[in-house]
Ligand binder design. Structure first.
Ligand SMILES: NC(=O)c1ccc[n+]([C@@H]2O[C@H](COP(=O)([O-])OP(=O)(O)OC[C@H]3O[C@@H](n4cnc5c(N)ncnc54)[C@H](O)[C@@H]3O)[C@@H](O)[C@H]2O)c1
Length: 441
């Protein structure tokens, strides 16, 4: 019955957690013709969404508005709607605790609600990134414990009474080439029937699916992908540190190496890791590996090197100012870009925050400009506002520090007006005039 409802798209779909992952997913499901209800605990987000206003850059109001207005998408903070839903995708945060262990409270809270309303033939899919085993060790027992079969009293059986799978979200915010519907979807169900039902669901709105033998495998796939990035960024940051000592241009080295048509993939150095995934997810794996008495050395080492990059950037700033016979104390810096990567407004885990903390420790003053980040709160104490990028703003700064290489900036113009530029992203690579003012990592 659920399969038929999915195939003829009369199934009522649900998405829990309407952030960077959940909101685009909800729109993709609705765009395939399903009625979708989104649930989020944040009343402010729900109020905005009800008015057709998106808080995620990858979803425009032009796309969201009509889906809300027509009722194809409904949003609520009320979990009671769960009993009407045929499918539920869970996209809540999975941060780290202070001690770098997985913080599963959001998953647990969401799943407890799902479990409370779980009904026959419902499909539950966890999309939040997590450690191998979480779906079966945390989600499944909660669902089973709460399941109340309406007919008879035999214990609930996954794969027969309800379906459970893990399918990691792989989107990259701001990527206009690959998005929800054209990024292949990995699916691992608890039983073959769970995988089949989940695959049938995703096939309605995603071009390509790839099934694996278990949720644990699917969880591991996601962590491999993100660990691959973290370790390779750590490696290239280390190469940058070595090149700096050897007075070699790391950017030239990478570009030349990238001409090799096989066996090399370019990664680029920068001020450190940012975003909600790469700095965090590998620690889910190293935490789980410790239970198997394995110390994940690559993960820890990459994290150590990546975490040192903000300090390296500050050392570069201090040194560049030194050469101009200026002390960092009391100097006026202009931070260009505070988002963790280009062309997005996401500042979660952004290395800019650490760079700013470090320069404030050195008693430098700073202003910032970021076309995507209007305000910036530091340690919940002080709020800064993005300054308009005027010639005076640039000229008055003793040093402009490029921390994010947003495409909207005219870097030639910037360098022409600047006294000194520290470029951590090679954003100025095409600049012709004034190169002597640029210091790159
Ligand atoms: N952002 C990315 O690029 C990305 C990519 C792939 C995977 N992921 C993973 O997807 C998951 C979600 O990430 P995100 O970036 O969308 O997070 P987010 O913070 O942007 O969104 C999460 C949403 O969940 C809501 N929420 C929290 N607890 C809830 C609950 N109990 N019930 C209902 N709603 C709840 C929050 O209010 C928020 O709106 C994480 O596990 C993340 O690691 C993120």
């Amino acid at each position: 019955m659920i399969l038929k409802k999915i195939e003829n798209r009369s199934a009522h779909a649900g998405v829990i957690g309407l952030g960077y992952v959940g909101l685009p997913l909800m729109v993709a499901i609705a765009s395939a013709g399903f009625r979708v209800t989104g649930i989020d605990i944040c009343p402010h987000k729900i109020a905005q969404l009800k008015r057709g206003i998106s808080h995620v850059p990858d979803v425009t109001n032009a796309v969201l508005g009509p889906l809300i207005a027509s009722g194809q998408i409904q949003v609520t903070t009320d979990y009671a709607v769960l009993h009407e839903l045929d499918t539920v995708n869970i996209c809540v945060p999975t941060p780290l605790r202070e001690n770098r262990t997985p913080d599963m409270q959001f998953i647990t809270a969401a799943v407890e609600q799902v479990a409370h309303h779980l009904h026959t033939e419902q499909l539950i899919v966890l999309e939040s990134t997590t450690y191998p085993g979480a779906t079966q060790e945390i989600v499944l027992p909660l669902l089973k414990a709460h399941f109340r079969r309406t007919e008879g009293a035999r214990p609930a059986q996954v794969g027969r009474d309800f379906y459970l799978a893990f399918s990691p979200e792989r989107i990259e915010p701001g990527n206009s080439t690959y998005f929800v519907t054209n990024t292949p979807k990995i699916i691992g169900g608890v039983t073959p029937q769970c995988t089949h039902v989940a695959k049938t669901f995703y096939e309605q709105f995603i071009n390509k699916t790839h099934t694996v033998s278990s949720p644990r495998t699917a969880e591991m796939v996601k962590l491999l992908e993100n660990t691959f990035r973290s370790v390779n960024i750590g490696l290239i940051n280390e190469i940058a540190l070595i090149c700096d000592r050897m007075d070699l241009d790391v950017w030239e080295v990478i570009d030349a190496a990238a001409t090799k048509p096989f066996g090399f993939m370019p990664f680029y150095p920068g001020p450190g890791l940012g975003g909600h995934c790469i700095p965090i997810d590998p620690h889910y794996l190293s935490w789980k590996a410790r239970m198997y008495e394995y110390h994940a050395r690559f993960i820890e080492l990459a994290s150590e090197i990546n975490n040192e990059m903000p300090k390296y950037v500050v050392d570069k700033i201090v040194h560049a100012l030194d050469l101009q016979r200026k002390s960092v104390e009391g100097t006026q810096l202009l931070i260009l870009g505070v988002a963790y990567k280009k062309d997005v407004g996401d500042i979660r885990e952004s290395p800019a925050l650490e760079v700013i903390r470090l320069i404030l420790d050195k008693k430098a003053k700073f202003l910032y400009h970021d076309p995507y980040v209007e305000t910036l709160s530091l340690d919940k104490q002080k709020t800064y506002r993005s300054e308009p990028l005027t010639p005076a703003l640039v000229q008055n700064a003793d040093c402009v520090v490029i921390l994010t290489d947003h495409s909207a900036i005219n870097y030639q113009w910037l360098v022409e007006h600047a006294q000194l530029v520290v470029d951590t992203r090679n954003a100025t690579h095409t600049v012709q005039h004034g190169r002597e003012k640029i210091v790159r990592i």
